[in-house]
Design a protein around this ligand. Structure first.
Ligand SMILES: Nc1ncnc2c1ncn2[C@@H]1O[C@H](COP(=O)(O)OP(=O)(O)OP(=O)(O)O)[C@@H](O)[C@H]1O
Ligand SMILES: [Mg+2]
Length: 208
């Protein structure tokens, strides 16, 4: 029987360095011949990408936002994530359910118990094997992303919003220390990547 793939997610506030680290881990896996799928949320499927466009650019109620995030996630799990893991591929996902707890929960103030209900419904027992939380001060993240592009609906939020998002992420990581690796995202990208790869080493060794 083929070994199930590992499910890795990358989290952090906008501009924390998620995509940078996801790229670096993808390169390392490719170099070692590990088959993987690289994907993102919201999005990852044709319908999910359409929902992403709405979520990032159209005004809506917080509850609508939470429901659309989980709707896109359901498609993503069923069409991309589960099939890949079952084939033995690793899945590298730029944001997943922790982002809903951080943004819709911490940021928008939606009750955690409601998010628990949606998560249970949409993903059942599926959890990431490892979640990389790039933790940086929102001020630094904001400065980084301002260099790159114009703000979307989330990025246009005030600093206080991102302070709540960061606090919610950290609380998630504290509650599940075995699943999370919290990275000081203010360090050099290479140092951060090295720390992640060290953590993956036992799984990579088992693949050989
Ligand atoms: N450790 C780091 N030190 C300095 N700059 C970094 C670091 N990591 C990423 N950057 C730079 O910061 C910017 C944002 O990084 P990146 O796109 O990886 O963040 P992100 O978390 O994916 O952001 P978003 O949520 O907006 O997609 C990029 O210009 C990237 O090159
Ligand atoms: Mg990114």
């Amino acid at each position: 029987m083929r070994m199930r793939g590992k499910f890795l997610t990358f989290e952090g506030v906008d501009g924390a360095g998620k995509t940078t680290q996801c790229d670096a881990v993808a390169q390392a896996l490719a170099a070692r011949g590990v088959a993987f799928v690289r994907t993102r949320e919201p999005g990852g499927t044709p319908l999910g990408e359409e929902l992403r466009g709405l979520l990032l650019h159209r005004a809506m109620e917080p509850i609508t936002e939470a429901l659309l995030m989980f709707a896109a996630r359901r498609e993503h799990i069923a069409a991309v994530i589960e099939p890949a893991l079952a084939r033995g591929q690793w899945v590298l996902c730029d944001r997943f359910t922790d982002a809903s707890y951080a943004y819709q929960g911490g940021g928008r103030g939606i009750d955690t118990t409601r998010l628990d209900t949606l998560a249970q419904w949409v993903q059942g027992a599926l959890q990431p094997d490892l979640t990389v939380l790039a933790d940086v001060a929102p001020e630094l993240a904001q400065a980084r992303r301002a260099r790159v592009r114009e703000a979307d609906r989330f990025e246009a939020e005030a600093l206080e919003f991102f302070l709540r998002v960061r606090a919610a992420y950290r609380a998630r990581a504290q509650a599940e220390p075995q699943r999370f690796i919290v990275i000081d995202g203010a360090r050099s990208p290479d140092a951060v990547t090295a720390e992640i790869l060290q953590r993956l080493e036992p799984w990579l060794a088992a693949q050989r």
